[in-house]
Design a protein around this ligand. Structure first.
Ligand SMILES: Cc1ncc(COP(=O)(O)O)c(C=O)c1O
Length: 478
């Protein structure tokens, strides 16, 4: 398939002017005089743009973008499963879409029932005891979870001395960031030769200062931490807590669980496991689950069921409080509920196995072309290194951009040189897996001058990577 992305010289919407005449309600007449003078504004800096120009502007921008509805998106660690359309359709039902967050609870019993059932599904899947659906992304779930660690030790009177959180050197950047934002010092434990946590080094790091250990299992190298039982005991014997970053849940869904592994707190990345839209500024969701002794610290509200129906419970003794407005991202929660309900336990377990199989298919096809560090079996994702090819991971990624498929994550995890991380999930055909592997193989064989020409089919070609990282501009005011 030849691929060429649309390219428009699209202005910012604030610089657009349709030339249509329009009048804001209240600009003249009674409505304006009803507003006290000190509250009136002389100008409202809205672009004078007609509906048709707004629609065309955003459609053009979407054509210059890439998403799961366009092609394969195997971005390791931050992958997107295809978002099934039945879940979108359900979340668009008028009764869900139009329900007001301030409605009386008696009028939205159906919504509450969905939230309650999702709490129960997540509790069962994780083998934990209580769930809050409040956080709005995986990273938000992490931060909330670490606030719980904080409150827990505040209550036990140990917070003054429990100042450290340990993370592996393969950890996703959000883990140390969440720990630091919640006021802890971050200590890093190295990985051993097999890509799992070096347990002896860990033992030396865990002291009376340790508050918690944050880890994802399988880890970001796609390797299952087989020593997790021993690791849990090391922390629990010192009175510290174990935090499970649930980003890699798809690898183990239904086969084992953080509860069985000894974790105390878990967050779910609904987008990575239950096929919902991602967060990161979008409408995401990252519920958290805890063991019984931590339930009192969860963010409110929880949804409870009684003989008279479903109701919000705001009355948790030591809650960290509210971490989002209203009830979390209800539209996303609804999609996760639909996905779990439709797949059922057999479907979820099968999806997980297919995701692992797909990863190992890629591994088998690419070995011999790329070096694949760490001999251990790979689960849901794998990390390659392009260092054996003499090519930079960045150049191969730019080459792939021209194919209409999304490149791997590059340069993460930091412990592998020229790393390329691929997480295919189960929502990919064998045909697409083969096309992707062929592309990676041809990228490894391409001459350097050929690689440097790419990308040519995207609206933006090579950027100044250093400037983009150091001089980050997040909005148009930049
Ligand atoms: C291992 C890991 N932890 C945490 C996160 C953060 O999750 P989110 O992007 O939903 O904030 C991700 C990203 O998906 C991840 O891969």
């Amino acid at each position: 398939m030849s691929y060429r992305q649309a390219s428009y010289d699209e202005p910012l919407i604030r610089d657009m002017e349709s030339g249509t005449t329009y009048e804001l309600p209240g600009e003249t007449g009674d409505a304006q005089s009803a507003i006290p003078e000190e509250l009136r504004r002389d100008e409202l800096r809205l672009p004078g743009v007609a509906e048709y120009d707004v629609v065309r502007h955003f459609t053009r921008l979407s054509q210059m973008n890439y998403g799961v509805d366009l092609g394969f998106y195997p971005l390791g660690s931050c992958t997107m499963k295809f978002n099934p359309k039945y879940a979108d359709a359900i979340s668009s039902f008028e009764s869900f879409r139009d329900s007001h967050p301030l409605s009386d609870q008696s009028l939205v019993q159906g919504n509450l029932r969905i939230m309650y059932e999702l709490q129960e599904y997540l509790r069962e899947i994780s083998d934990m005891d209580a769930v809050s659906l409040q956080p709005l992304a995986g990273a938000h779930g992490e931060f909330t979870g670490i606030l719980i660690v904080r409150k827990y030790f505040e209550k036990s009177g140990e917070l003054d001395r429990r100042t450290e959180i340990i993370v592996p050197d393969s950890a996703h950047g959000t883990n140390p960031a969440s720990a630091a934002m919640a006021g802890f010092d971050v200590r890093e434990v190295p990985s051993g030769d097999d890509g799992t946590v070096d347990v002896e080094a860990l033992r030396k790091l865990v002291t009376e200062k340790t508050a918690a250990f944050m880890i994802t299992n399988p880890n970001t190298l796609g390797i299952f931490e087989h020593n997790i039982g021993e690791i849990a005991s090391i922390f629990h014997e010192k009175g510290a807590l174990l935090y499970y970053d649930g980003a890699n849940f798809n690898a183990i869904l239904g086969h084992t669980s953080p509860g069985l592994m000894g974790f105390d707190i878990v967050h779910f990345n609904l987008h990575k496991t239950f096929a919902t839209p991602h967060g990161g500024g979008g409408p995401g969701s990252g519920p958290i689950a805890v063991k019984e002794r931590l339930k009192e610290f969860l963010p409110v509200p929880l949804v409870e069921k009684s003989s008279t129906g479903y109701a919000f419970n705001y009355d948790l003794k030591s809650s960290v409080g509210k971490v989002s407005s209203f009830y979390g991202a209800f539209g996303v929660l609804l999609r996760a509920w639909a996905y779990i309900t439709k797949n059922g336990s057999d479907g979820l377990m099968k999806n997980s196995l297919t995701a692992v199989l797909n990863t190992n298919y890629i591994r088998a096809r690419l070995s011999g072309h790329y070096s694949i560090p760490f001999k251990k079996e790979k689960m849901h994702e794998l990390v390659l290194s392009s260092s054996n090819t003499g090519r930079k991971a960045l150049d191969i990624a730019k080459y792939i951009l021209d194919s209409g498929m999304h490149p791997p994550t590059v340069y993460f995890p930091l412990i592998v040189r020229e790393s390329m991380m691929i997480e295919p999930t189960e929502t990919v055909s064998k045909h697409d897996l083969d096309t992707y592997c062929d592309l990676l193989i041809s990228g490894a064989r391409a001459g350097q001058p050929e690689l440097e020409k790419h990308p040519v089919s995207t609206p933006v070609s090579r950027i100044d990577e250093v400037r983009a990282a150091r001089d980050l501009k997040l909005n148009w005011r930049g």
